[in-house]
Design a protein around this ligand. Structure first.
Ligand SMILES: [Zn+2]
Length: 297
């Protein structure tokens, strides 16, 4: 599409400017809400093909992750996220969209939540079922029928930025959350200093997967024009859970020692280095939005 003719699909603004050229296509930036979006939006089936078994078990060239090998780290991080949710709402029914290999669902299940999941990758669903015996369906939110108002909480962990069209899944999410229920999503923050310092090296750029890069303002506009009230946006570092924990404990000073004793795991060293040197990072946003009961249409 001609970039001059493209409107922002978050706020409707007509002024989009070239933000970055990548081998996968151009990213355009909205001059009003700051969202950065791909000019060539892939189809959902092309997106589905990326997420095979290898994606979930190997980390290479910035794509995918070793979700199984790094299970403990992921589960620690998700325990933290669940605590943040439990501060805001009573335990009940939860839906995790883009559930991947089921780490978050399994943490929630262990804590007594009645949890269901949706995942586009059949490989990931198979791994999640084998590993945790979870209630998880293959597909996208658009092609699965869900009873209206069924869920107290809907979560999307690093998923929403992958959607080619954020509006149609958002409407579906709105329908399946009960009045007063919560929508919780975690996204990379294109306005963070990590993103701004050198965008081409930013580990969350991922132009072949991240169709939209949101700013706090952009995601708030999108949610608030679609029936949600953004209660809070919390921020976190994009590094590993271990590093964050050490930072919290105030033992970041032993970084050099740690880097020495972790010689084989280079990814971990990189992760440690990153999180231990970033104080008050806002690289990741965790958005808590509550469904507002609307007048009958
Ligand atoms: Zn905009």
């Amino acid at each position: 599409m001609d970039k001059n003719g493209m409107n922002c699909n978050i706020c409707g603004n007509k002024k989009m400017e070239l933000f970055l050229k990548t081998p996968e296509g151009d990213y355009l930036k909205c001059l009003n809400c700051g969202v950065v979006q791909h000019s060539n939006v892939p189809s959902i089936s092309a997106i589905g093909k990326i997420y095979n078994r290898e994606y979930f078990t190997k980390k290479k060239e910035g794509r995918g992750a070793d979700f199984i090998g790094e299970e403990k780290l992921y589960k620690e991080r998700f325990s933290d996220r669940l605590k943040r949710i439990e501060k805001r709402i009573k335990k009940g029914r939860m839906l995790d969209i883009g559930a991947s290999v089921g780490h978050f669902m399994s943490v929630a299940k262990e804590h007594g939540w009645d949890v269901s999941g949706i995942e586009i990758s059949a490989d990931a669903v198979e791994m999640a079922k084998q590993r945790y015996r979870l209630d998880i369906q293959i597909g996208t939110i658009d092609d699965i029928n869900i009873e209206k108002g069924l869920f107290d909480v809907v979560t999307l962990w690093h998923v929403f930025e992958h959607f080619p069209d954020p509006l149609s899944p958002l409407r579906k999410i709105y329908d399946c959350v009960r009045d007063g229920g919560l929508l919780v999503m975690e996204l990379p923050n294109i306005e963070s200093k990590e993103a701004k310092s050198d965008i081409t090296k930013w580990s969350f750029l991922m132009p072949d997967e991240h169709i939209h890069h949101y700013t706090p303002k952009a995601i708030s506009i999108l949610l608030e024009t679609n029936g949600f009230k953004v209660e809070n946006i919390e921020y976190a570092s994009g590094g590993t859970g271990i590093g964050e924990k050490m930072e919290k404990l105030g033992i970041a000073g032993i970084k050099n020692l740690l880097l020495k004793i972790f010689p084989p795991a280079r990814w971990m060293r990189k992760g440690l280095l990153k999180v231990l040197t970033v104080h008050g990072s806002e690289e990741i946003m965790i958005i808590f939005a509550r469904k507002i009961k609307q007048n009958p249409r």
